[in-house]
Each structure stands twice: as C-alpha cells, then as structure tokens.
Design a protein around this ligand. Structure first.
Ligand code: YH5
Length: 264
C-alpha cells in the first residue's frame, strides 16, 4: 500500500492542475514499483496537525480519485483506499470510485459505520489512542498489546453487529498513534498476537517517529529502519504494508515471502 498525501504544500498557489498531475505521476510510479493499493489522504496526520473541513478534504481527494478512474489502463487492478475518518468524505470517495476505506478511528465517528454498511469495500480498522493534534501527549496503557487487541475486537464486533461481513475487515495496531517508543516496540514484538483475530493485519511504520527516536535521524533518513521493522512484522504475520517507499518495501516483501515459503 503506497501513500499518497494530497495535502497542498505551502508554496502551491492554487495550481490545481499541477497538483493533480503530480499526484497522478506519483501514483503511476508507485504502481510501477509494485503497489497494489494506493492510500489517498486529504488531511494531514502529522503529530500536532490541525483538522481540516469536510469540504476541503473532499475537494482534495475526489478530483484525484476521478482522474484515476478516468485512466483505467494505467491504473487497472489497483485498489484506491480512502484514508479518512469523516463519513461524508468516505461517501464522496466511494461514489467517485474508491475501493477501500482506511479509517484511523476505526469507524467510530458518528455516521461512519452506516457509510461502511452501505458499501461493499474492504475496511481497515486502526487503533488510535489519540488523534494527531494531541498524539504526542504522554499516552498510558496498563498493557498496550492487550488494550489494542481488545479495542480491535470491540470494533470488529460493532461492525459485524451493524451488518458488515467480517470478511471485509482488516486490522491495524496503529503504530505511532498515541503510543510512545516502548509501546510501539511492544506492539511490534507481539504482532503475532493480532493473528488470533483471524483477519489480515496491515502495518504502517514507514518513516515514523520511533525511527527518529531509535536512530536519531530526520524523517528522510528513516528508510533502513522502517525496512528492518517491516521484515520482522511480515515474519510475525503482517500481510499489508503501508509505505512511502514502495520499491524498497516490495523487495523486502518478496525476500521475506521467498524465505518463509521455501521447503525446510
Ligand atoms: C497507519 O499506521 N499512518 S498517517 C508521522 C511520520 C511519518 C509517517 C513523523 N495513516 C497509518 O504515516 N493508516 C497513517 O513521521 C495510517 N495505518 C493506517 N491504516 C501517519 C504517518 C506518519 C506520521
């Protein structure tokens, strides 16, 4: 799963065509490098980031989804995931052709469960103890692994009770979302305990702050650390990897797959 952020940068002066073309070029590159899912997000999830309005988020993501739909040759077989917690954005993205929901709030915003029930796409339920604005403020858990597994069990049950087929669900421990370094390492070390829920496990560790903490490097120097953890998470049962670095992650996945599927 390759990440496409469509949050405008500060030196864009409203050049929407330029933004759209560069987003499409980025998607094309990620698909060539082996991405089978593109995760499109219109709200910054950086720690400390402020929320954006429904309209702003829709205006950012829907034109990109429509443009991807308009080039079926280039983007055939690729799933478009919408990274949002807002039911209105989910609905607009699905109407435009999105084929997966990625919700860091696990369908907990009022109305989100209803949008999901009325669709037929896969849904990633992620655990977040806190939202980006306050993510860094000293999280506490008695046992982070038990609490995250229990939370996901409850959200799975809520989805199934609402009428969503269990087969549509994907789970994610939510690395970095209201977790300190110790919590992230405990979740990584114990990722195999999420397999007991019998659903695909998605992991997103790419370039996150834990590598800054371990390696004392800035965000553009966190690739090797991200890949090391990715390899071990794949060994512990992860099957979908959300990444900013598709080619490198594809090679890691192929090597781990070759090694773990060969005869003894
Ligand atoms: C995830 O894990 N993460 S957005 C801070 C960084 C680097 C990266 C300071 N959406 C996930 O990628 N969806 C995000 O450096 C996600 N799982 C799922 N399902 C945060 C992010 C990032 C934040």
């Amino acid at each position: 799963m390759g990440v496409l952020n469509v949050t405008p940068d500060s030196f864009s002066d409203g050049g929407h065509f330029i933004e759209r073309d560069s987003a499409l070029a980025q998607v094309r590159l990620m698909v060539e490098q082996g991405a089978t899912i593109i995760d499109i997000g219109g709200e910054s999830t950086r720690p400390g980031a402020e929320p954006v309005s429904i309209k702003t988020e829709i205006d950012r993501v829907v034109p990109i989804i429509e443009a991807l739909q308009a080039s079926p040759d280039t983007f055939s077989g690729m799933a478009i995931s919408i990274d949002t917690s807002k039911p209105e954005v989910m609905a607009a993205a699905l109407a435009a052709g999105a084929s997966m929901i990625n919700d860091v709030q696990a369908l907990s915003v009022p109305g989100a469960l209803e949008v999901a029930v009325n669709s037929d796409v896969p849904i990633c339920l992620m655990h977040a103890m806190r939202l980006p604005r306050t993510m860094q403020s000293n999280p506490h858990y008695a046992d982070v692994v038990v609490e995250v597994v229990t939370f996901l069990e409850e959200r799975i049950a809520a989805c199934v009770a609402a009428g969503i087929d269990r087969e549509r669900l994907i789970i994610d421990p939510g690395f970095g979302f209201g977790k300190n370094l110790q919590h992230n390492l405990q979740l990584a070390q114990n990722l195999d305990r999420f397999s007991t829920l019998n659903l695909p496990v998605l992991v997103g560790v790419s370039r996150k702050s834990m590598f800054g903490a371990i390696l004392d490097v800035e965000v553009d120097e966190r690739l090797y650390g991200s890949l090391a953890m990715t390899a071990l998470l794949l060994d512990k049962g992860a099957s979908i990897v959300r990444t900013h670095d598709v080619a490198a992650t594809r090679d890691v996945m192929k090597v781990v797959l070759a090694m773990t599927t060969t005869a003894r």
